[in-house]
Design a protein. Structure first.
Length: 142
């Protein structure tokens, strides 16, 4: 003898309908798309100041390196042929500045505006540290 019990199909149907209706109730209402933050021009005031800072600290790097070499210290990052050539070394410092500007421009064009600014900020910080270190080195007298 088979025992008749309550059938699950009406109960299951009620649960499925309740689940579907609660899911639709939790969906957010469509809203207007969030406007994108306004893009800035590449040569805005902030970038001009940052690029000027990079150029100033690259100039200080040139001066501090020439200064410590005149005091008998050795340049460890660059060959002497580069550092002893004033025009070549100045060109290298200018190229480093332009590379920083170029990388910032690339970040700007690919809509990475925070990275665009941070490239210059980090470049200034690293160069300023090197400049301070160069001036802090004690002179070596032969």
């Amino acid at each position: 003898m088979r025992r008749k019990g309550p059938t699950l199909s009406p109960l299951l149907a009620v649960l499925v309908m309740a689940l579907v209706s609660s899911t639709h109730a939790q969906e957010p209402l469509p809203s207007a798309p969030t406007p994108a933050p306004p893009e800035h021009r590449f040569w805005d005031r902030t970038n001009i100041l940052l690029f000027s800072g990079v150029a100033v600290f690259r100039g200080l790097d040139y001066a501090s390196t020439r200064n410590f070499m005149a005091r008998g210290r050795e340049e460890i990052l660059l060959p002497d042929d580069v550092v002893d050539n004033s025009a070549g070394f100045a060109s290298l410092e200018a190229a480093a500045t332009m590379t920083s500007v170029g990388l910032s421009y690339l970040a700007h064009r690919t809509h990475h505006h925070k990275v665009e600014r941070w490239i210059s900020i980090v470049h200034i910080g690293v160069t300023a540290f090197g400049d301070a270190r160069n001036y802090a080195l004690k002179s070596k007298h032969h």
